[in-house]
Design a binder for this molecule. Sequence first.
Ligand code: PEP
Length: 255
Amino acid sequence: MRKPVIAGNWKMYKLLGEAVDTALALKPLVANANHCEVVIAPVFTALKTVADRLEGSNIGVAAQDCSTDSDEGAHTGEVTASMLRDVGAKYVIVGHSERRQFYCETDTMVNKKCQAALAANLNVILCIGERLEQREEGIAERVVNGQLSGGLSGLTASDLDRIIVAYEPVWAIGTGRTATPEQAQEMHAFIRRVFADRYSDQAASEIRILYGGSVKPDNIAGLMSQKDIDGALVGGASLQAQSFAKIVNYKSGEE
Ligand code: PEP
């Protein structure tokens, strides 16, 4: 059984006090959510304080990025995966479309970040997804396949225990335009087939594939009803504890 993951990506929002307030407000609201892993990804500057304040809770903390380099060194502005682990992160988001689009991240860099994160014992949330023009051109699967081949290069079947894939069609991120559950399911099934071809049927059946792109309290249940959707990576709707808790608690039908 694949345990769902509901992860909130706070992007470049929240001063330290706001991050702590949101995390502490979320804690009781999701305390009974045993059906899924709950993850929040604050900015780097809030990671340690938020992780400390959530210690002993069922909420894991993720970083939003890490360096391609595993070793410390003269790389101004970079943070290694082990530094993130050191301050309490258990997960790291890698290859988010905003990093690919605005910071020129390539699949090679994404792969190095995956390798660095695995070496530091972090769980990786590997983001992939096509742009609108690529979907319209009919090459969405080819794009996603290429991102998987590049991002997973050199990773073995045993590394997959720490990999979570997030399929995030770029046209659905922050646009209010969600993929329909059927559109998402179709791509998730394709991604699972890629894992079967690349690794094995077992790997394909175990890999967790999250959907991301304008997930909200009112569309999460439809998405989660699809057999190959194992959770969500949530941006905007994760910034407020109440709305993120409604997404986490999709099973209980709480509104
Ligand atoms: C994201 O940042 O990964 C994301 C999916 O954002 P949003 O939910 O706001 O579309």
